[in-house]
Design a protein around this ligand. Sequence first.
Ligand code: FAD
Length: 292
Amino acid sequence: MATLSFEYFPPATAEARQNALRTVARLAGHRPDFVSVTYGAGGSDRHRTRQMVFDTVSWHTASRHRCPVMPHLTGIGHTRAEVAALLADYVAVGVSHILVLAGDPRPGEFDVGDGDFRYATDLLSFVREEGDRLGVDFTIAVAAFPEVHPRSSDRATDRRHLAEKLSMSDLGITQFFFDADHHRRMVDELADLGCTTPVFPGVIPVTNPASVARFAAMNGTEVPADLWNRLESVDGAERLRIACDEAASLADELLADGVPGIHLYTLNVPEAAEGVLSRLGPGRFGTTRQST
Ligand code: FAD
């Protein structure tokens, strides 16, 4: 049975923090296998992520549904000492899952090659070393790009690096995409390279087409013009309906293909995640979830 996970982003204001925690509490009712918290959304600093991780851990620890909280962690522009301090803070509150990423340059702040980590694999090796030092066997996830990472010179090289990274990890989570064929092709290419690490597709209900299009452009994700026309011609409940219909239809196709799990990008909008789950119907996700 497939797993279910949710992705949250760290809120920027006190009011947004309350909303984010209400989202976490509400979606916990769907008993995710794990939840993740993005790192430095929109170029913000890591302290917001740390706070959101702490809030989410304490909420899940106190709630009837305990599940791992997986902070995202990026390497570019950061030092080993900074990462070590953050990992120690996470371990102190019981975090044992990390999504390890290279990250992106921040114009005016740092470029690829600045800091102690260039590629996700550099950070991954360091996280494993720190795990040994701290006495934690981290579960490590990494990013996968079905439509090929924009910094890759060509498809074959991208897949070689991805397969190598996955072989050092416990699971992969993909960038969002809108055509299941992108995911199928990537899975086949990885299988040809002997890669057996599970890769969970990331599915996004597009409740905010302008901001999702910006991310898509950064990541080389193909945006279906027809879907965007429909989303942009409406708003409110009608836009939410279309976003949920489309995301549920993609998730349904992927589940029918036998993917190991669905990672839902919630954008901290509980109605969207719930809209997708209600369309998928009961009994679609697995047995590994536990409640306390
Ligand atoms: P890498 O795996 O290092 O790959 C980057 C590029 O380098 C690729 O082209 C790869 O082929 C190439 N490469 C890898 N290894 C080598 C090597 N040894 N030699 C030469 N080339 C190599 N960003 C954030 O800032 N915060 C987040 O919270 C965040 N969350 C994300 C969650 C998911 C699920 C995904 C898919 C992406 C997320 N990102 C996030 C974006 C991510 O940080 C960027 O896309 C970044 O540019 C790539 O990260 P990576 O870990 O895939 O990099």
